[in-house]
Design a protein around this ligand. Structure first.
Ligand SMILES: Cc1ncc(COP(=O)(O)O)c(C=O)c1O
Length: 463
């Protein structure tokens, strides 16, 4: 039987359409593959550098160390740099009498995170990358990095940056003094008084004393100045660290004067609940505790008042002429990656929080069975980033020796082969000591083992 004419014509048209469609698909795939592959073959000058970087990264250090491109060479290859208490060519030997090191805020707890995100966090520098003093923005600032810092604060919800000015520093350490300088009243008859609430981060005092000048001087702890008149408050510069180093509490100004530097080094969801975006006039942040790249020496300040900003910029100009442009590129890459992965399985805050909360919980459990020692009391709190109540995850344990005879708590820990930072460094009692929870897993595991041994001795002594 003959088919109706119209349907036969449709079939021919349908066939032609399919032919055209698949030919176009094939050509598209062909051209895209060609473009991609030909681009790959043009990867010339970066290829050797990439191979070199991967070769060194692949050196096995038994999970207790790592090799770097600029490490000490043996047989032409960089050697393993071992974690504390590990040694040997591949870091496989645990040194039996080595003290657990709970000192310093080296944020190496984030090293495994970056190893897990090796591909998305690597940066390649050409030999001529930004050789000039100049960069895209005024004052030696990469505009793209500044934009991403604002995006990051907005995405995390930990600081208001709209209508504020941003300045970069070589670590927040450089910014601390730049801002003391910027907030000091000009032509005042007496130097500005720089103060903080104990226990406080020791660098505020050390730096102010080193740079002690006609303009400002260190005047100790805020409690000494509570009765100062409102008019004299103009002459005070108060450091407020929130969350506080060493004890992790979210703090507010005690004196309530007009010149306050809020150090928000730890105001990130790894270390604390974020109850609301910080909205103060002068706020300092650091990449050292955000991404853990303390070596890159990158910090920034968010400043409301243009005059304060200008003075701080002037300080940076006569000091270092801005932050290393190489560092700015690296930090830009890290922030882009953190933004891209945020709130997902690969999120840095999810990783960071989980790691420290677990460490804090393990240490708290050991100390809870002790009558001799205690830790700061932190409570679960609602976090706007995680949108739930979260457990504490402080960067440091603020450890206290409760017994009358244990006057020097750091010495008690030292006898138990635990290195701590004495409370006196923070202008607190020697009954306190700070223990870091943000170092390597090896550091923490050994610290926990030594602490278990110390606490279990109490049980024996009480029999
Ligand atoms: C409270 C506080 N502020 C500032 C800093 C300095 O950080 P960086 O100079 O690495 O940015 C630290 C470092 O531990 C800190 O704990």
């Amino acid at each position: 039987m003959e088919e109706p004419k119209g349907r036969g014509g449709d079939r021919v048209h349908g066939f032609k359409f399919l032919l055209l469609f698949f030919s176009s698909l094939f050509l598209n795939v062909f051209f895209f593959s060609y473009l991609f592959l030909s681009r790959r073959t043009h990867l010339g000058w970066s290829r050797a550098a990439a191979a070199e970087a991967e070769l060194v990264a692949a050196i096995s250090c038994s999970g207790h160390g790592r090799a770097y491109l600029d490490g000490i060479l043996v047989d032409g290859l960089p050697t393993c740099e071992c974690n504390t208490c590990y040694s040997g060519a591949n870091c496989s030997q645990l040194l039996p009498d080595c003290s657990a090191d709970g000192d310093s805020g080296d944020p190496l707890f984030l090293e495994p995170y970056w190893q897990q995100h090796a591909a998305s966090s690597a940066v390649v520098f050409s030999g001529w990358h930004r050789m000039s003093y100049r960069t895209t923005g005024d004052n030696f600032i990469s505009l793209e990095l500044e934009r991403h810092i604002r995006l990051l604060h907005e995405a995390v919800g930990n600081a208001v940056t709209d209508g504020r000015l941003i300045i970069f520093g070589s670590g927040s350490t450089q910014l601390l003094n730049a801002l003391v300088y910027a907030l000091s009243p000009e032509n005042a008859s007496t130097p500005a008084s720089v103060v903080a609430t104990a226990p406080y981060y020791a660098l505020y005092k050390m730096q102010t004393e080193v740079f002690d000048s006609r303009e400002y001087e260190w005047k100790g702890i805020t409690s000494k100045w509570l009765n100062t008149s409102v008019s004299s408050m103009q002459n005070f510069i108060e450091f407020v660290t929130s969350p506080n180093n060493p004890d992790g509490f979210l703090l507010q100004s005690v004196l309530g004067g007009p010149n306050i530097i809020y150090d928000h080094a730890y105001y990130w969801p790894h270390y604390t609940a974020i109850p609301a975006p910080a909205d103060e006039d002068v706020m300092i942040f650091t990449d050292s505790k955000l991404s853990g790249h303390a070596s890159s020496r990158f910090g920034w300040a968010v400043i409301k008042d243009e005059k304060v900003y200008r003075k701080a910029i002037n300080y940076m100009q006569v000091n270092t002429m801005g932050v290393s442009r190489d560092t700015q590129l690296r930090v830009l890459k890290l922030i882009k990656m953190m933004l891209a992965e945020m709130r997902g399985e690969g999120g840095i805050f999810e990783f960071g929080y989980k790691t420290i909360a677990e460490r804090w919980s393990k240490l708290s459990k050991v100390i809870s069975s002790s009558n001799r020692f205690s830790l700061q009391q932190l409570s679960p709190q609602y976090c706007t980033y995680f949108k739930r109540i979260r457990n504490p995850s402080p960067a440091y344990a603020w450890f206290k020796c409760e017994m009358e005879q244990d006057v020097d708590c750091s010495a008690v820990l030292s006898e138990a082969r635990i290195i701590s930072r004495p409370g006196t460094v923070f202008e607190a009692s020697s009954r306190y000591a700070r223990l870091s929870l943000i170092k390597t897993r090896d550091d923490f595991d050994l610290l926990l083992r030594r602490m278990e041994a110390l606490v279990s001795k109490e049980d024996v002594a009480s029999f």
